[in-house]
Design a protein around this ligand. Structure first.
Ligand code: HEM
Length: 120
């Protein structure tokens, strides 16, 4: 949040971790205002001048917002293009279909060879 009448491009950072339990307005409102510019949140409440004076206790430093790099769109690194070999994929699919049939045929074959002829 901005503090006092500092220049518009400066953002003042406060560490309120030690103040969470003691904040008269509660810890939930403090937490909901962390990690962002909480100037409006702070001002909207109409904090007293003694509340403003307390802020010095939690002062960490100023950030020159013009020095913050603007967010850049993430572009994933280019992947090398691999020649995809579809034949092995096809062979695997074919085997997945044929192997069970082969086992079934084998089982029937073995059965018909080993079957004792029906007593006549
Ligand atoms: C370092 C920052 C802050 C300090 C030192 C501080 C301090 C205080 C103090 C001393 C009070 C008692 C009333 C008064 O004296 O004005 C208070 C009340 C309150 N504060 Fe903060 N505060 C801070 C930040 C915030 C933030 C970011 C919010 C966000 C919404 C907030 C919301 C409130 C609320 C809702 C109350 C209760 C007001 C009421 O019941 O009348 N405060 N705060």
């Amino acid at each position: 949040m901005k503090h006092g009448s500092a220049s518009d491009i400066n953002l003042t950072v406060f560490d309120v971790t030690k103040f969470l339990e003691d904040h008269p307005g509660g810890d939930d409102v403090l937490l909901s205002s962390t990690g962002k510019d909480a100037t409006d949140d702070f001002e909207d409440v109409g904090h007293s001048s003694s509340a403003r004076a307390m802020m010095d206790e939690f002062y960490v430093g100023d950030i020159d917002t013009s020095a913050i790099p603007s967010k850049r769109k993430y572009t994933p690194p280019k992947q090398p293009h691999y020649e995809q070999d579809k034949t092995s994929e096809f062979v695997i699919k074919l085997l997945q279909f044929l192997v069970p049939l082969l086992i079934l045929g084998l089982a029937f074959g073995v059965r018909s060879y080993t079957k004792t002829p029906a007593s006549s």
